[in-house]
Structures are given as structure tokens and as C-alpha cells.
Ligand binder design. Structure first.
Ligand code: ADP
Length: 481
């Protein structure tokens, strides 16, 4: 199958979050399975210098954007057999510090920057010589391409237009702009209505994709249901209308990177039959972070963006209660909301021998924390897929998660199925429920046989990309005529 993806970020070229990892890994896996894959992405500042092997293509893009005519160059780089990355070079839009903005805020011209990108995606789907059969769009930045393709297909007679799939990575981010922004698309205004691209008088990029894509996916089966019920951030009604086109496919894990052996970030390799070597990682981390070096003290951890979504505000009172009453340690690695950063610093000051709060982003340390910890806490309010719980399963850190989205789809609690249990789940979005879950973890910790059973099960769980890639291929197939 011939697939062109479009994403505003792609690992290893650009990244602010899980989107980049997902697109990079899915493209790589589809190409490995023998398919032809292109990935379109903006040429941000510094990418060309970091990847000098890329070549300029003999293809100039000239597209209207409202009243202006915008020109762009196109670069390409073959990264593997069957996988080519295409970069849109438009220095005015993309040659700047930051992808969506800087610490001072988001860029004021993001509508123009990404509507132009979406237009490029539709243009290349039509003009690349290899004629993609599927155009796979990711998130609001690429979503309006679904409307552009739909228009050219049904009103301008584009006979062999590709099927268009939009993947919703997090419905909270929609690209919602003022109504006049719709003019940048240079399309008839009769698309701008409540059943189309309009949303409360504004132009909503994600909604344009939801309405006009042939296929919709999101990153876990449970999140696919939740966004039609109460977690759709205003899109519930439209997603219910499109329910027949919507599929939830769990993201995979890149096990070439997230592994417990031959991992440059880990001094002490381990596996499910050498759990004693996991203990050595715990002792090393306690030493590294300045915690009392005690193998017998249960170690809890979180590695996360400190954002409302992640529910870390609920964790604070739950930890206060549990740390005061029990022998346990807690390590946080995270950054984001300054008030939460400060609250975790204060917690560490109140429990100097029990809590370490590392404020910042540190990929190597995140591996060491996963390898060292006994339990991994994810009390998310909502979680489209979540990756850390899958990493922690592989690293023998038992996940404690709220029953939502991809967390529910990837972790099994004792009450769900004792024969497959690999973690602890709680339902209620409240600190006492979370404290209870931690209490349950302490009981598991006290029963070494059970602890090791859950660990081994978690380490054996397989969330490799191949399985998810096959699910994408299944839905990409044209319906039988
Ligand atoms: P989201 O994409 O919503 O942030 P995920 O769980 O899907 O949540 O993915 C988060 C990714 O970012 C994981 O790979 C996690 O290890 C990493 N991460 C988050 N915060 C940090 C941090 N402070 N330091 C290192 N890695 C982090």
C-alpha cells in the first residue's frame, strides 16, 4: 500500500511530545512490513544542519493562502527502504525557534503556518509521482487537508483521490481560530456551517478534519468511546455522528529504545528471570538522587508533564497522607505548570528522606527511574493512550493508573482478571481513591511472591508496533465494492 502521512512533528527530526514518536514509529513499521511510506513535515530551524543527507527536490510549491501567494521548496530524505521524509521549506513560517511557540506563548500566525502545511499535504497527495492511496493526517495541524481533498474530489473531479484518515492524538488540542481565518483556505464559504468547519462562529481545524476525513482513528479503543461521550472537548456530537468511521488503535512501544538490556542509559541490565538485577538499579538510583539506600523500602515514581491532564494535583494530597504514615519513597521527574513544580518541591522539603522532586526533562533519568522503581503512578484525568505505563510494565515497575483511555486498555487490575493482572487501577478522580491504590500497592509489595508475579507478567506484555500497524493497514483498505 502507498501511504502519505502529514504531521507537524516527526521523531527524530522534531518533537514536543508523543505525536512525534507515534508518527516516526508507525512510518518505520509500515515500511518494514513492505509498504511505501512518505511523511510530510515542516522544515524547522536546524533540521537541515542535523540531517545534511537530505536533498532538494525538483518540485516547487506555489499555493494561495487567503490573499497571498506562498511559495515553498521541498526536500526529501530516504531514511529506510520504502520510507521517505518530505520537508516543506518555507522560512517565513518554519525557520524560527520553537515549533508552535516559545516560552513567551504560542505564535500568533499558527493558523497561517499550519493551514499552509495542510494545503501542502493535499497538494502533494495529488502531485507526488507515486500517487499515494492513503493520506494519513495527524492532529489539527494537518486535519484541514481532509476538507481540501474532499473539495477537490467531489467538486472538482479529482478522480483517483486517496482515502483520507485523520488520527486524533488528543482532542483537547483543536486549532480553533476566528471565523475569518477560514478564508485562508480559499474554499467556498458554504463549508463554513455548524455541520462543517465552523464551531461556535470560529474556524476549527480539528472539526474540519473530523467532518471531512473518510476514516478517523484515535490512539486507544477506550479513548475512542470516551471522546463520543464526555471527553471530546465539544466534539462529542460530531464524533457520535461519525462513529461508524472511528476506530481506536493502541499506540505501540519502540522496544529498540525502551529495553532493559543493552540500554546505554542503564548501568545494570536486567530481565524477567534476573529480577535481582532490577534491585541494583534501585540502589543505584537511591544513591544517585540522595535518597536513603534501602532495598526494602518501596519506591514509587512518576515521570510526566506537569499539566492538568496528568492529575498530579490529586497525587499531592494522596502522597502527603501516605508518606506521613508509611515507609516509602517517591521520585518525581517532570516539568510544566510552575505551581505544580513548586508544590512538588515543597513536598520534597517536607519529606527530605522520602521524596525527590527533579524538575526538568531528562530522557536518560527517565529510563533509570523506570528501571529502579517498584511502582509507577499515573493518575491522569484523561489519557488518549499514554506510553509511560507501557514502559513501566516492560521495566518491571508496576503501574498504578486511573481507569481512563489507554491506561485502561493496557493495564489489568486484579479485580478485572486475577489471571492476567499486571497493575493497580482506581476509578474515582479523587485523592482518597489514589491513596487507597497506593495502600493496595504497599500490600502487594509486602507479598514478594505476588510482587514478582505481577512484575513478570508486566514484563512479558507485548505492545510492539507491528500489531498496531496491521490494524491501521486493515482500516486503510478500501471498502469492498
Ligand atoms: P504525553 O504525550 O501526554 O506527555 P505519554 O505518556 O504518552 O504522555 O508520553 C510521555 C513521554 O514523555 C514519555 O516518553 C515520557 O517518558 C516522556 N517524559 C515526560 N516528561 C518527561 C521528563 N520530565 N523527562 C523525561 N521524559 C519525560
Amino acid at each position: 500500500m502507498k501511504i502519505l502521512m502529514a504531521s507537524s512533528e516527526v521523531h527524530p527530526f522534531s518533537k514536543t511530545g508523543g505525536l512525534a514518536d507515534m508518527v516516526g514509529a508507525l512510518a518505520k513499521t509500515l515500511a518494514t512490513l513492505g509498504h511505501e511510506v512518505g511523511v510530510l513535515t515542516p522544515l524547522y530551524k536546524g533540521i537541515r544542519e542535523r540531517f545534511p543527507a537530505m536533498e532538494r527536490m525538483d518540485l516547487e510549491i506555489r499555493l494561495p493562502l487567503g490573499g497571498r501567494m506562498i511559495e515553498a521548496g521541498l526536500w526529501q530524505m530516504t531514511v529506510a527502504t520504502g520510507e521517505t521524509i518530505y520537508f516543506v521549506e518555507q522560512p517565513e513560517f518554519y525557520e524560527r525557534d520553537g515549533i508552535y511557540g516559545t516560552s513567551g506563548g504560542v505564535f500568533s500566525d499558527n493558523a497561517a503556518r499550519f493551514l499552509f502545511f495542510a494545503k501542502c499535504a493535499a497538494y502533494l497527495a495529488r502531485h507526488l509521482p507515486w500517487q499515494p492511496e492513503v493520506l494519513h493526517l495527524h492532529d489539527w495541524q494537518a486535519a484541514p487537508a481532509a476538507l481540501v481533498v474532499n473539495h477537490q474530489k467531489y467538486r472538482e473531479g479529482w478522480g483517483n483521490a486517496p482515502r483520507v484518515c485523520l488520527t486524533l492524538h488528543n482532542v483537547a488540542y483543536q486549532g480553533h481560530f476566528s471565523g475569518d481565518t477560514f478564508g485562508l483556505l480559499n474554499l467556498p464559504w458554504d463549508y463554513f456551517h455548524a455541520e462543517g468547519a465552523e464551531f461556535y462562529a470560529g474556524f476549527n481545524c480539528l472539526k474540519a478534519g473530523i467532518v471531512y476525513a473518510d476514516l478517523l482513528t484515535t490512539v486507544s479503543p477506550r479513548y475512542a468511546r470516551e471522546i463520543t461521550l464526555d471527553l471530546g472537548h465539544g466534539m462529542e456530537g460530531m464524533l457520535r455522528k461519525r462513529a461508524a468511521a472511528l476506530t481506536g488503535i493502541l499506540n505501540g512501544v519502540d522496544y529498540a529504545e525502551w529495553r532493559t538490556e543493552n540500554n546505554p542509559h542503564l548501568v545494570h541490565p536486567f530481565n524477567a528471570s534476573k529480577l535481582r538485577d532490577k534491585d541494583r538499579n534501585k540502589l543505584a538510583l537511591q544513591e544517585e538522587l540522595g535518597l536513603p539506600v534501602e532495598l526494602g523500602t518501596p519506591l514509587f515514581a512518576s515521570v510526566t508533564r506537569l499539566a492538568e491532564q496528568k492529575g498530579m494535583d490529586l497525587l499531592l494530597p494522596a502522597l502527603e497522607e501516605m508518606l506521613a504514615a508509611h515507609e516509602m519513597q517517591f521520585v518525581l521527574l517532570g516539568s510544566g505548570d510552575p505551581a505544580l513544580e513548586q508544590a512538588f518541591r515543597v513536598l520534597a522539603e517536607r519529606f527530605p528522606n522520602k521524596v525527590i522532586a527533579k524538575i526538568g526533562y531528562d530522557a536518560g533519568l527517565s529510563h533509570r527511574i523506570e528501571a529502579a522503581s517498584d511502582f509507577f503512578l499515573m493518575p491522569s484525568r484523561y489519557e488518549p493512550c499514554g506510553l509511560n505505563q507501557m514502559y513501566s510494565l516492560r521495566y518491571g515497575a508496576i503501574p498504578i493508573v486511573r481507569r481512563t483511555g489507554g491506561l485502561d486498555d493496557s493495564v489489568v487490575d486484579f479485580n478485572d482478571d486475577p489471571l492476567r493482572a499486571n497493575g493497580v487501577k482506581f476509578d474515582e478522580l479523587a485523592a482518597p481513591a489514589l491513596a487507597n491504590a497506593i495502600r493496595k500497592a504497599l500490600r502487594i509489595y509486602a507479598d514478594k511472591e505476588l510482587l514478582n508475579l505481577l512484575r513478570r507478567r508486566g514484563m512479558a506484555a507485548d505492545f510492539s508496533w507491528e500489531q498496531s500497524a496491521h490494524e491501521y493497514l486493515r482500516i486503510f483498505q478500501p471498502p469492498p465494492v
